[in-house]
Design a protein around this ligand. Structure first.
Ligand code: PMP
Length: 406
């Protein structure tokens, strides 16, 4: 089928979710994807921080096909080795990056980021003492599209049409510790935060913010839930972004890049939160199925074997430095860490940059009207970074309505 035909049939057969993307993808290899008409693109988005290893990485393909052929599913009624090994692996990565003792850590596996946050919500409610019914979250923060996760999402335009949610949520500005101190009291079960607000446009808080969140939660007895669904699993050059700040949350949620393309979410409970669920409290038919867990183990192994944390840090700096060096008037700032960058524009031209980039053979994303998001596979090469930054002047010129000769 051609792209045109696929798009037309898509519109009839599927409900709309995001703005319908104009590109119908057919296949991928490494950092490249091709559309149904055979046009190639350098993928600087990785399905929004999902394809950690790029497309068709042999380690991932092998792990998924071997596991699919061995035992694809257990309905969560039975124990399986990939799930046990992955849970142990994730807990040891959290421990290894901690500056002090972590206590117990246990994992619940889900299928998505939203579901990981739903599990976190139930977990903190179970652990909360009587009278602790409020949750504090952040303006412009994003935690998912299911009802509980949506209630915590600080974007009124996507949240409010679907309320009321039956959850008492107080919103404060991300990074504003004075407002947080006011909002968190002894009625508060948990504080939900992202280390860097991804969907808000890759917006980091000032250094030290997470340490203050930690202190406020310690002083009030509220649980500190850190949503690393977009920032985790190597994206920032660390296994988890919080490890750069020397703090530990009480509950950590992961998804996106965790499965390297296979659906997988995780909710990790630390200390008392490791044992807050009783038997029968929570579950999922598909969550943590053997194939997704095998894929995730391959992702974590490959990050180690190929040195992808250091690569993310190094190539992320190269990417940000080269974008800044272009010196285009449309670009005012490059934010973020590792291979997770927000390019701030001087005008609401992000959609124009996204389509201009696609015309030039690059996939990027307009995360906000004036911010372009880059989150390429962690396997991206120096040459591929330069291929993009070399084309960037032409991409930005066309987006700004000016052309320069190739
Ligand atoms: N939390 C954060 C920080 C996210 O970026 C996202 C996805 N954009 C989610 C939660 C929801 O994840 P999912 O789409 O897998 O439900």
């Amino acid at each position: 089928m051609t792209s045109h035909e696929l798009r037309e049939r898509f519109e009839t057969a599927l409900m709309p979710t995001y703005g319908t993307p104009p590109i119908a993808l057919s296949h991928g290899e490494g950092r490249r994807v091709w559309d149904a008409d055979g046009r190639g693109y350098l993928d600087l988005l990785a399905g929004i921080a999902v394809s950690t290893l790029g497309h068709g990485h042999p380690a991932l393909v092998r792990a998924v096909s071997e596991q699919a052929a061995t035992l694809a599913h257990t309905s969560n009624l039975y124990v399986h080795e990939p799930g046990v090994r992955l849970a142990e692996r994730l807990t040891s990565l959290v421990r290894a990056g901690a500056t002090g003792p972590t206590g117990d850590i246990r994992v619940f596996f889900a299928n998505s980021g939203s579901e990981a946050n739903e599990a976190a919500l139930k977990l903190v409610k179970r652990a909360a003492g009587p009278g602790r019914t409020t949750i504090v979250s952040t303006d412009d923060g994003f935690h998912g599209r299911t009802s509980g996760a949506l209630a915590l999402t600080g974007k009124p335009a996507i949240r409010d049409p679907f309320g009321p949610f039956g959850l008492d949520v107080r919103f404060v500005a991300h990074g504003d510790t004075a407002a947080l101190r006011d909002a968190v009291d002894d009625t508060c079960a948990a504080v939900f935060v992202e280390p860097v607000q991804g969907e808000a446009g890759i917006r980091p808080a000032a250094p030290g913010y997470l340490a203050e969140v930690r202190e406020i939660c310690d002083n009030t007895g509220a649980a500190f839930v850190l949503d690393e669904i977009q920032s985790g699993v190597g994206r920032t050059g660390h296994w988890f972004a919080h490890q750069a700040e020397g703090i530990l949350p009480d509950v950590l949620t992961l998804a996106k890049g965790l499965g390297g393309g296979l659906p997988l979410g995780a909710c990790l409970g630390l200390g008392p939160y490791a044992s807050a669920f009783a038997k029968g409290d929570h579950g999922s038919t598909f969550g943590g199925n053997p194939v997704s867990c095998a894929a995730s183990l391959a992702v974590l192994d490959t990050i180690e074997v190929e040195g992808l944390l250091d690569a993310a840090a190094e190539l992320g700096d190269l990417l940000a430095g080269e974008i800044a060096a272009v010196g285009h008037p449309l670009v005012t700032e490059v934010r973020g860490a590792g291979l997770w960058r927000g390019v701030q524009l001087s005008s609401p031209a992000a959609a124009a940059v996204q389509s201009s980039a696609a015309e030039h053979g690059f996939l990027v994303n307009a995360v906000a009207p004036d911010v372009v998001r880059l989150a390429p596979p962690l396997t991206i090469t120096r040459e591929e970074v330069r291929e993009f930054t070399g084309a960037l002047p032409r991409i930005l010129d066309r987006a700004a309505g000016e052309e320069r000769p190739a």
